[in-house]
Write a new protein. Structure first.
Length: 162
């Protein structure tokens, strides 16, 4: 994987799904913080903060750093820093592209299922019109994905005029 791409696995998406965890990332972007400092900043109890920090660690977005006087500081990993940078246009496109292609896959599965039901009907009354919504959804998501691919290519300079 290239340096400007971030892997968004299930753990990462789960970690970013919470507003509290995103706020924690924003706070420790400024400076490494202890649990007590995070608790004060966000006005959330320590046990909840510990749970959020564990999820962020599991997603490899933060790491623990011990200093000489026994305090544990939490700081962003490279992946965490990359995710919360202000200039992440390409990363946003890749996230949208992933969602678009995933949506295409879901609608393709629904379309194939509807097509099978049309060919081998389980009951009378199943018509060709029933396969159009999943097929339209598939085409919509696929076209969005293709548009995002072309936009990403243009931004990276692959389609520069000669």
């Amino acid at each position: 994987m290239s340096d400007d791409m971030i892997e968004l696995n299930g753990k990462t998406i789960t970690a970013l799904a919470s507003t509290t965890r995103r706020n924690i990332l924003k706070k420790i972007k400024i400076k490494p913080m202890t649990v007590s400092e995070i608790t004060r900043e966000l006005s959330i109890n320590k046990s909840a903060i510990y749970k959020h920090l564990q999820i962020l660690q599991d997603a490899d977005l933060i790491t623990r750093k011990f200093n000489n006087n026994e305090f544990v500081y939490y700081e962003l990993t490279k992946k965490g820093k990359d995710l919360i940078e202000q200039n992440i246009t390409n990363k946003k496109i890749i996230i949208l592209l992933s969602a678009s292609l995933f949506g295409s896959l879901i609608f393709l599965i629904l379309f194939i299922n509807s097509l099978i039901d049309l060919i081998f009907p389980k009951y009378w009354g199943y018509s060709f019109i029933d396969i159009l919504p999943p097929f339209a959804g598939f085409l919509l998501f696929l076209s969005v994905g293709i548009a995002l691919i072309f936009k990403l290519k243009r931004q990276r300079g692959f389609d520069k005029p000669k």
